[in-house]
Design a protein around this ligand. Structure first.
Ligand code: ACO
Ligand code: OAA
Length: 376
């Protein structure tokens, strides 16, 4: 039997598990790049659709290409009747990430990727439909309302806020959504993307890859951390109270959600960007609690543990200031990362070998069979 190389760390940390031309994370210099473009520049200058196009189609679009792409996505927003019927069966106390998972899977039943040639149609359809899908379920299950998802919204970010709140959103909020969706769009071989690639490596269909990735993103150690961070900070009324609570949590060795990272060692470049948007939104709503509390938590975590905010921490306050219910935070991540996941699925398919590592066996050497009536 061939001897497998031994791993140096748990969680495959530090192991290269393949190649990608989509993204660099934590390399010297820029910190995070999508196809060579610095995340700071993308978040500052681009719309989310430009970044999705870059990831999926390989280059930044021209103005004409972007206009055509946005018009295409806008034309793909409708929810099939059978999907609405399924969404209406899901109770209000379901986890919205489970709704996303079921919704994506149901879409795959209705609009199956039978041949890989149609992949980009399915990818664009998912990007177009996901915001309306989650907000259709949310409004029906929580308010008994069947919303119209074919809005006049100009972008995916605007579509999310419009279908959630039932009206054209504040332009500042649309800008924040663009930045947020760009920051979340892609991150190399993170757990959910790697899941999508493993699924793709079996030559499965694109909805299965995305459904599997949604299930992986749901956990609080990954995408679910933005909601967990909000749950943690929402009841703290002053920075001093927040500091005392965090000190207690550290004493008890609790995990502080929204802090730390598997790859970055000193900072997550996405944090400074979303933090500034959160600061602006805090001023807009006249907040005197949540942002100062968040800043104090950041300072205490650095002082005590040299742990920094990851992309999720200031997303919590930013989304809260825009009136987004906490339970919908991680589904927004899905609306964005769907671009990265599917770009990776296409990259995997283009140079595929089934992903199948080895394991170090730790069980008994040999076990003796005992007939069932003689066991116990
Ligand atoms: C978009 C995203 O998915 S970003 C990540 C979102 N997840 C979170 O915010 C959840 C909280 N953070 C964590 O659980 C971790 O930092 C992870 C999962 C992100 C990374 O995990 P790892 O790579 O295993 O972390 P790492 O090896 O850097 O941990 C080093 C030490 O710091 C501790 N640590 C890391 N993060 C935290 C934290 N948030 N709170 C308290 N302690 C922490 C670890 O327990 C570990 O301590 P130990 O050596 O005594 O066991
Ligand atoms: O890269 C990771 O491990 C997690 C992360 O920040 C992301 O997926 O955006």
């Amino acid at each position: 039997m061939a001897e497998a190389n031994k791993l140096s760390g748990a969680g495959l940390r530090g192991q290269s598990a393949g190649e990608t031309a989509l993204c660099t994370v934590g390399q010297t210099g820029a910190g995070l790049t999508y196809r060579g473009y610095d995340i700071k520049e993308l978040a500052d200058k681009a719309q989310f659709e430009e970044v999705a196009y870059l990831l999926l189609y390989g280059t930044l679009p021209t103005q004409a290409e972007l206009d055509a792409y946005k018009a295409r996505l806008k034309g793909m927003r409708s929810l099939p009747a059978a999907l609405k019927t399924v969404l209406e069966q899901i109770p209000a106390n379901a986890h919205p990430m489970d709704v996303m998972r079921t919704g994506c899977s149901m879409l795959g039943n209705l609009e199956t990727e039978w041949v890989f040639d149609s992949k980009l149609d399915h990818v664009d359809r998912m990007l177009a439909v996901f915001p309306g899908l989650i907000n259709y379920w949310y409004n029906f299950s929580h308010h008994g309302k069947r919303i119209d998802v074919e809005t006049d919204a100009d972008s995916i970010g605007e579509q999310f806020l419009w279908t959630l709140h039932g009206k054209k959103p504040d332009p500042l909020h649309v800008k924040v959504m663009h930045a947020s969706l760009i920051l979340y769009a892609e991150h190399e071989f993170n757990a959910s993307t790697f899941t999508a690639r493993v699924c793709a490596s079996t030559l499965s269909d694109i909805h299965s890859c995305v459904t599997a990735a949604i299930g992986t993103l749901r956990g609080p150690l990954h995408g679910g951390a933005n909601e967990a961070a909000m749950d943690m900070i929402q009841d703290w009324k002053t920075p001093d109270e927040a500091e005392a609570e965090i000190m207690g949590m550290l004493e008890r060795k609790d995990k502080i959600m929204g802090f730390g990272h598997a790859i970055y060692r000193e900072s997550d470049p996405r944090n400074a960007i979303i933090k500034e948007w959160s600061r602006k939104l805090s001023a807009q709503v006249g907040d005197t609690v949540l942002f100062p509390v968040s800043e104090r938590v950041e300072a205490v975590m650095w002082r005590e543990k040299k742990l920094f905010c990851n992309a999720d921490f200031f997303h919590a306050s930013a989304y809260n200031f825009m009136g987004i219910p906490t339970k919908l935070f991680t589904p927004i991540f899905v609306c964005s990362r769907a671009a990265g996941w599917t770009a990776h699925v296409m990259e995997q398919r283009a140079n595929n070998r089934i992903i199948r590592p080895s394991a170090d066996y730790t069980g008994p050497d040999s076990s003796e069979w005992v007939d069932i009536e003689n066991r116990g």
